[in-house]
Design a protein around this ligand. Structure first.
Ligand code: PAF
Length: 284
């Protein structure tokens, strides 16, 4: 079913006015920050927002500061009209779509500095400037929207943990919520990057979920974590992946974990198939 098109809010003033009007009526507001190229996974974040709040704002901003010079900022898919259609169907109220000059006006000179889950030798090792860019733009979005809730996908698990820690440490009053990863029918985590996979790579890509799932099941049965993670890595290598990491970590701190008794465990993986880098994670 197609709902009415979300109101496009092109700048911070229009975002603040919309949120203030909802608040004046006693309505709660959820923010879903995105970089566009929306797929069913994003729609599930909007749906989670609608379960929590009367109003949902989706921000669409391809944030240049979280891309390294070698990464795909200019090539990142920009599909604004299709995104709006998806948001209309999902029942989203408004789409905040600022320009780069609104978010980073001339003279912009501030960056959020991170430790803790941002410095654990996972994504941060391969993308050393990435989380500073994410945290800076997300702290701006949270301040701009002043929403009750902000919803992030668990697919980017380290990002979720970094943002939760930042919001806690900086006393940002918005509650940061994670929503489960949406998967294709064969288990591949939905991602804007999946479109880059060639047909044979797309078939082999499911090995990532298979490897994580297998390791999680064995660890739950009491098998040795180190051994299971080595096997999981082998599954990826056999499928033709170049592995960046596949590791068991503490689910909150993301610190290394060797035994189940040390706390809740999350398995996280990043690996490349051809030119496409995939990430995924699951709870044990
Ligand atoms: O996950 C994303 O799409 C981005 O990192 C985010 C959180 C919207 C910040 O630009």
């Amino acid at each position: 079913m197609t709902g009415s098109s979300p109101k496009v809010l092109p700048d911070v003033a229009s975002l603040r006015a919309a949120v203030a009007a909802w608040r004046a009526k006693g309505e709660k507001v959820a923010l879903v920050p995105t970089m566009g190229a929306l797929h069913a996974g994003h729609v599930s974040l909007v749906e989670e927002g609608l379960r929590r709040a009367q109003r949902v704002v989706v921000s669409i901003f391809v944030n240049p500061t979280q891309f390294a010079p070698t990464e795909d900022f200019s090539k990142y898919p920009r599909t604004f009209d299709a995104d709006l259609a998806r948001l209309a169907a999902a029942g989203c109220d408004a789409c905040f779509a600022p320009g780069v000059e609104d978010m980073y006006p001339k003279g912009f000179a501030t960056t959020v500095t991170l430790e803790g889950p941002a410095k654990v030798d996972l994504e941060d090792h391969f993308r050393p400037t990435h989380f500073a860019g994410v945290a800076t733009v997300v702290s701006k979005l949270l301040n701009q929207a002043q929403a009750d809730y902000a919803i992030f996908g668990e697919k980017d698990y380290q990002q979720l943990k970094v943002i939760q820690r930042m919001a806690r440490d900086l006393d940002i009053p918005t509650e940061i919520l994670g929503a489960p990863t949406l998967r294709e029918s064969d288990g591949l985590a939905m991602s804007s990057r999946n479109v880059y996979l060639a047909p044979d790579e797309r078939q082999r890509a499911i090995a990532m979920f298979r490897a994580l799932n297998h390791a999680a099941a064995k660890i739950r049965e009491g098998e040795v974590i180190g051994h299971e993670m080595t096997e999981a890595r082998e599954i990826l290598v056999e499928a033709g992946f170049a592995v960046d990491y596949i590791e068991a970590r503490h689910a909150d701190t993301l610190e290394r974990i060797a035994r189940r008794v040390e706390g809740p465990i999350r398995l996280l993986a990043a690996a490349r198939l051809g030119k496409t880098r995939l990430i995924d994670n699951i709870a044990v």
